[in-house]
Design a protein around this ligand. Sequence first.
Ligand code: B12
Length: 213
Amino acid sequence: MEQKDILEKFKNAIVDLDLEKALDSTKEALNNGVAPYEIMDTMRSASNLVGQKFESCEYFISELIIAGTIMKSASDLLKPHMSGDKTRYRGKVIIGSAPGDMHDIGKNLVVVSLMGAGFEVVDLGIDVPADKFVQAVKDETPNIIGISALTSTTMMRIGEVIEALKSSSIRDKIKVILGGAPLTDEFAKKVGADACAKDVINGIKICEEWLSE
Ligand code: B12
């Protein structure tokens, strides 16, 4: 099978929520010499299609969660193959959901899209305490931190993370981008972040601009 057909099969498997087929075609693509970033890029277009189905009410939250799980499993297969390919390397991003926040569907889409765009991503998961963000910045020396918050309670805890970065004297060494439905540019400014992304596409654009400065 040609590379483009394998990628098409992979994309359809995600959109059809077929985990086994998605993982088999990920392995098939790798075995056929498809570049991991190209597979990530295909995953990004699949996630856009899933998002469109959600917006048109063909898919519901349960389907979003399944698609998210499939993409996470496929990216786990790709990760070991990605570190060697520095040709499209853009920089490193640490990302996590705000302290107390259990939502991760949007964050996981951002992770996949950032990887597809050539960023190295360290995903700290959900409900990430401020000190874990600080430790990760010290250990990983990223260019950017991304924080996701979906509720009006957890968004208020983003300030804790930024204060902790400041008191460890590392705030000025990195850019901080926020994302999540209730957040605004005004809020980002108020808590001392550098930007707030409206959606995943806007988020990637901002990160790319920062690293090309
Ligand atoms: C799915 C869901 C859940 C799932 C989460 C599963 C999971 N693994 O994520 C479960 C059932 C666990 C859940 C729990 C709760 N939820 Co809930 N949940 C939702 C729901 C229905 C969808 C959220 C979602 O995934 N949207 C789809 C994704 C793709 O969109 P997104 O997250 O906004 O992400 C996009 C952008 O915002 C951006 N983005 C997101 N993060 C980031 C980060 C960066 C760095 C960047 C650049 C961009 C970016 O990119 C994404 C793609 O474009 C929303 C309602 C809704 N329709 O939005 C409620 C909602 C967010 N939940 C809500 C609440 C209240 C809760 C609970 C408190 C409920 C309860 N009483 O137990 C708990 C909270 C748990 C906690 N402590 O966090 C409220 C929040 C209200 C508020 N403003 O405070 C909402 C709005 C529902 C409502 N109308 O009341 N929830």
